[in-house]
Design a protein around this ligand. Structure first.
Ligand SMILES: Nc1ncnc2c1ncn2[C@@H]1O[C@H](COP(=O)(O)OP(=O)(O)OP(=O)(O)O)[C@@H](O)[C@H]1O
Length: 213
C-alpha cells in the first residue's frame, strides 16, 4: 500500500525549477533516493516531510491530500534533516526528550526507546553528555535517533550514514532496515550504497526528474 503519493509535484525557487512534475509513490519499506549533488534529493525529502510546500501538484498522505492531511502526516513523521542546529548546552538525552515531548510521546516509553536506539548505534555511553562535546558523526546519529522515537509510520532520513565510519554506518543501516519493516522509510544518499539490496525501490533524482533506477 502506498502511504505517501506525489502527483505532478513541482518545486521552484525563484526561476530555478528544482523538481519538475514528479509522480512517485512511497509504500511501507525502504525507498532510496539517489542522484548527484544538487539534484534535488533534500528538496524532495523536505516536501515529503511537509517542511516545504510544492509550487504545484499534490502530495497525498494515507489517501488524503495535503494540506488537509498535514497534521496527520506530521503526527506520523520522523524527520532527520541533513543539517540542523542542535542546542549545544543540552545533553543529548535532554534534547531527544524535548523532541519526544514535542511529538506528544509518553516520555518514559520514549526514554526507554532512546536507550535501545542509542545502544544499537553506539551512542549510549555519551547520551548524558552535552551536545557541545559531540563530533559531527555523533550529531548525525543523535538526529537519526530522535527521528526514530515513537516508531513513526513515515521516516524521512537525509543521508543518515554520511560522515560515519564503516562499522557505525552499518549499525545505522541495520536500524534503517529494521524500521522499513513497518514504516515508509525514505533515505537520500549520494551513492548507491549497501542499503540498495534491502530497498523496495531505488529512485534516481536528476535534473528535476525522479525515475526508477
Ligand atoms: N531554499 C532554497 N532556495 C534556493 N535554492 C535552493 C533552496 N534549496 C535548494 N535549492 C537549490 O535546489 C537544488 C537542489 O538542492 P538539494 O539540496 O535538494 O540537492 P541534493 O540532491 O540534496 O544535494 P546534496 O546531495 O549535495 O545534498 C540546488 O541547486 C540548490 O541550490
Amino acid at each position: 500500500m502506498t502511504l505517501l503519493q506525489l502527483d505532478l509535484v513541482r518545486k521552484s525557487y525563484g526561476r530555478k525549477r528544482v523538481l519538475d512534475d514528479v509522480t512517485a509513490g512511497f509504500p511501507i519499506g525502504l525507498t532510496l533516493l539517489i542522484g548527484p549533488s544538487g539534484a534535488g534529493k533534500s528538496t524532495l525529502l523536505r516536501l515529503l516531510a511537509s517542511a516545504e510546500r510544492p509550487s504545484r501538484g499534490t502530495i497525498i498522505w494515507d489517501g488524503t491530500p495535503l494540506p488537509a492531511a498535514r497534521t496527520a502526516l506530521r503526527r506520523s513523521l520522523g524527520y532527520a534533516p541533513q543539517a540542523v542546529e542542535l542546542p549545544d548546552d543540552l545533553s543529548a538525552r535532554a534534547f531527544a526528550m524535548h523532541m519526544a515531548a514535542l511529538k506528544g510521546l509518553d516520555l518514559v516509553a520514549a526514554d526507554r526507546q532512546l536507550g535501545a536506539i542509542t545502544d544499537a548505534i553506539g551512542l549510549h555511553s555519551d547520551i548524558d553528555n552535552r551536545i557541545i562535546t559531540y563530533s559531527g558523526g555523533m550529531r548525525r546519529r543523535l538526529i537519526f535517533a530522535q527521528a526514530l522515537l515513537g516508531a513513526p509510520k513515515l521516516l524521512a532520513l537525509d543521508e543518515p550514514t554520511a560522515e560515519l565510519d564503516g562499522e557505525t554506518a552499518r549499525r545505522v543501516g541495520a536500524q534503517v532496515i529494521e524500521q522499513a519493516k513497518s514504516a515508509a522509510v525514505i533515505v537520500t544518499t549520494h551513492l548507491a550504497d549497501e542499503l540498495a539490496q534491502y530497498a523496495t525501490q531505488v529512485l534516481r533524482v536528476d535534473e528535476g526528474r525522479v525515475i526508477p533506477a
